[in-house]
Design a binder for this molecule. Sequence first.
Ligand code: FES
Length: 107
Amino acid sequence: MGGAKKFFEACAVDDVKLNQTHEVEVNGEDVLLVNDGGEIHGLSPYCTHDGENLDAEEVHDHQVECPRHGARFDVRSGEVTRMPAVYGIASYPIKVENGKVFVEVDE
Ligand code: FES
């Protein structure tokens, strides 16, 4: 807990297509980048219901839907918006610079 965090380069902005997801590995951590109407967010790629991977899902109304049992998460915060998941997914700070996406994770 409380370890140092740092921004690491993840990919080019163009790799995260409009209203799509794009999973990357950032310093050993799996991160789901989500393009929500042109704004990029960083989330954990794993559904908190039963661990399903949320990559390759389209973004609708600021949400991604788990393909397994239909839980939904708000991509801006990671909060649950539909059952059966109860807990939100972790979110990661993102920054975009010089056409690249950076994600803040443990150093
Ligand atoms: S694993 Fe995602 S809703 Fe069940």
